[in-house]
Design a protein around this ligand. Structure first.
Ligand SMILES: [Zn+2]
Length: 206
């Protein structure tokens, strides 16, 4: 089922693994077939290194597993909220890449400090509203998805294709899964440079 989508999402997962943005099995990539309203997503707690297209889990828009020998990623409900609300989105990537996660945990948005930021994200990269942190279960990931929807404007969703989930990490999207991974890599590079910029701004004479 959905062989082409499985292949693309698997390639996107491998690209994410090669990028070094993933530690352990933290994170997830998905893609959607809009005609069938089915999503192929990273399985929960499986090593990226050995992931094959057949390991991906096919879920519907309610999160129900339609096909797969593993559990779907626990982030699935966050991905679903994005697909439900923004029909332009074809792929979603969530990571805990270090510098972007530092901003997410510190509840700090990433302002535009330079041209590289503008090349990928037209505006400030926002943080979702602050919540009591709880176990990363279905409720938590559904809440994260709903917070993203409240924070992202429909008119600019594809111009600023990512956000920081408070206390968690970055999530990016794109027209397809490969572009969503590219945006994850861009966000991490921008966060790293912004982090250094913030430090030098605090201590301008060092
Ligand atoms: Zn997360």
């Amino acid at each position: 089922m959905l062989e082409n989508l499985r292949k693309t999402v698997s390639e996107a997962n491998q690209e994410l693994y090669r990028s070094g943005l993933i530690r352990l099995s933290w994170g997830s990539v998905s893609g959607i077939d809009r005609k069938r309203n089915l999503i192929a997503i990273t399985p929960d707690d499986l090593s990226y290194e050995s992931l094959t297209p057949n390991d991906l889990v096919i879920i519907d828009m309610s999160g129900k597993v339609i096909q797969g020998k593993h559990e779907a990623s626990r982030d699935a409900f966050t991905h679903i909220e994005l697909y439900k609300n923004f029909p332009e989105i074809g792929g979603v990537t969530h990571t805990h890449s270090v510098y972007a996660t530092i901003f997410a945990q510190a509840n700090r948005e990433i302002p535009i400090y330079g041209t590289m930021h503008c090349d990928y994200f037209a505006d400030t990269i926002s943080v979702t509203p602050k919540h009591q942190l709880e176990e990363n279960n279905e409720h938590h990931t559904t809440m994260a998805g709903k917070d993203i929807i409240k924070t992202v404007a429909a008119e600019t969703v594809m111009k600023t294709p990512g956000i920081l989930i408070h206390g968690d990490g970055p999530i990016t999207w794109g027209e397809d899964p490969i572009i969503s991974v590219k945006n994850a890599k861009a966000m991490e590079a921008i966060a790293e440079i912004a982090f250094g910029t913030c430090i030098l701004n605090i201590a301008p004479n060092c």
